[in-house]
Ligand binder design. Structure first.
Ligand code: MSS
Length: 365
C-alpha cells in the first residue's frame, strides 16, 4: 500500500495502515500526528517502526513457542523456550514505546537521524512473564553484576565487527523489577516488525532499551561493548562525540503534545485533544494554552488510569476567537516533574520534551 507521502510500505510491514504512517525509510516509519488523536491504545497497524538492522526473516515467527533465550549472570544459567516462559507467569502492562529521537525534528540545530516529529511513540499493551519471576526461578541474580544486558536476534553480516552494528543494550539492573519478557502486543502475538517472538519490555525506558527478538539476557559486570550502548544513544553537547561517560537514554521524562486541531479551524468552541505521558510515573496534571504559553488552563484526562507507564489522552473545550493561535500543552507527573519550555539541544536530538517545540500554530477563521 502507498502512504500519503507517496512511499510504499515495506513488505514486512505491508499489513500496517499506510494512511496513518509516514515512511521515512524501510526501517523507520512514523505515526501521523493526526492519527494519534485521542486513542487510549495505539492500534498495532498505526504503531511506528524503528529498526537499526533489517528485521530477521519471518521464519523466526513460524514456530514461536520454539524460540530460545539464554539467561546468564544468574545462579543457574539456562536456556529456555518461549513455551517454558509461558508457564512461569503472565502479566499485562500498558507502556509507552517511544524512540529516543522522537521530537528530533523540532530542534533548531541540524541533527543526523530520522526527523521524527511526535509519531515515534505509541501507547501499547504488552503481555508476558515478569522478568523477576524468571530470574528467581533461576536462583536469583548475581548481586555483584550491576547491568541487565539484552541481545537482539538479528544475524550479523559476516566480516564485520559485531559490536559496530549489533543491537545489545544494558540498563541498570533495578529495571528487573518492572521488566517483562513479552510475547503479546495489543492482545496478539508480537508481530515480527515489533520484535516477536519475544521482546524485552522495560516500562518507562526509551524505545532502544526494549530489545526485539530477544535471544540472550544476562546480568553483566559492564555495559554492553556494542556501539549502540557505548557511544550511541547518549546525551551529548552539540558537536561532541559520543562516549560512555555521557548520560544514556534510559528513563523517559514527562511529555505531552496536542493532536487536534492541527490545521485551520472555525471560531467558537473547539475540542483540543492530545496525549500526555509521565515517563516513570503517571501523568497527574495536564494544562493547555491557546496563547503560546502566556496563560494555561487545566485540561481533563480521558479514559481510565492505565498505570504509571501509560499515556493518557486529554481534552479541553476552549473558546477560540478568530485569529492566529499557538496551542501548547504542558504535563506534570506524579513525581512532580513538569515539562520544560525548552529541552537543551544535544548532538543527536534525543529526549525532546520541551512544550514550546511541540506547540502547534492554528489559524481560526
Ligand atoms: N531491538 C532490536 N533487536 N533491533 C533494533 O533495531 N531498535 C530499538 C528498539 N529495539 C531495535 C530494537 C529502537 S531504537 C527503538 S526506538 C524500538 O526498538 C522501536 O520499536 P518498534 O517496535 O516501534 O519498531 Mo529508538 O530509541
Amino acid at each position: 500500500a502507498m502512504a500519503q507521502d507517496g512511499n510504499e510500505l515495506p513488505d514486512y510491514v505491508a499489513w500496517k495502515d499506510a494512511n496513518d504512517l509516514i515512511v521515512h525509510s524501510k526501517q523507520t516509519l512514523e505515526t501521523r500526528r493526526a492519527a494519534q488523536g485521542a486513542a487510549l491504545i495505539t492500534p498495532s497497524n498505526d504503531l511506528y517502526i524503528r529498526n537499526n538492522l533489517p528485521a530477521p526473516s519471518d521464519e523466526i515467527v513460524a514456530d514461536r513457542d520454539a524460540w530460545e533465550i539464554s539467561f546468564e549472570g544468574v545462579a543457574n544459567p539456562a536456556t529456555m523456550t518461549l513455551a517454558q516462559l509461558k508457564t512461569m507467569g503472565v502479566e499485562t502492562v500498558v507502556s509507552v514505546l517511544q524512540c529516543s529521537g522522537n521530537g528530533r525534528a523540532f530542534f533548531a540545530h541540524e541533527t543526523s537521524g530520522t526527523q521524527w516529529s511526535v509519531g515515534a511513540a505509541g501507547n501499547v499493551v504488552w503481555t508476558g512473564v515478569p522478568l523477576r519471576a524468571v530470574i528467581d526461578a533461576l536462583g536469583g541474580e548475581n548481586a555483584e553484576l550491576p547491568w541487565l544486558t539484552g541481545t537482539g536476534g538479528e544475524e550479523i553480516p559476516p566480516g564485520i565487527d559485531p559490536t559496530t552494528v549489533m543491537v545489545e543494550r544494558s540498563v541498570p539492573k533495578e529495571a528487573i523489577d518492572q521488566a517483562i519478557l513479552a510475547w503479546e502486543m495489543n492482545g496478539e502475538p508480537i508481530p515480527l516488525a515489533h520484535g516477536g517472538p519475544l521482546r524485552l519490555i522495560v516500562p518507562g525506558y526509551f524505545g532502544v532499551n526494549n530489545v526485539k527478538y530477544l535471544k540472550k539476557l544476562a546480568l553483566t559486570a559492564e555495559e554492553s561493548p556494542a556501539k549502540i550502548q557505548q557511544s550511541g544513544y547518549r546525551l551529548r553537547a552539540v558537536g561532541e562525540k559520543g562516549n560512555a561517560s555521557q548520560p544514556s537514554m534510559f528513563e523517559m521524562s514527562v511529555k505531552s503534545w496536542i493532536t487536534s486541531p492541527l490545521m485551520d479551524t472555525a471560531s467558537g468552541k473547539v475540542q483540543i485533544h492530545g496525549v500526555a505521558m509521565g515517563g516513570t510515573s503517571a501523568p497527574s496534571k495536564i494544562e493547555v494554552s491557546v496563547d503560546g504559553g502566556e496563560t494555561w488552563t487545566e485540561a481533563k484526562f480521558i479514559g481510565p488510569d492505565m498505570g504509571p507507564y501509560a499515556w493518557r489522552p486529554f481534552v479541553l473545550i476552549a473558546e477560540l476567537a478568530a485569529g492566529d493561535h499557538v496551542l501548547a500543552s504542558r504535563a506534570t507527573n506524579a513525581a512532580g516533574d513538569s515539562q520544560p519550555a525548552d529541552f537543551e539541544p544535544n548532538e543527536r536530538g534525543y529526549g525532546n520534551n520541551g512544550w514550546r517545540a511541540h506547540a502547534v500554530d492554528v489559524t481560526v477563521s
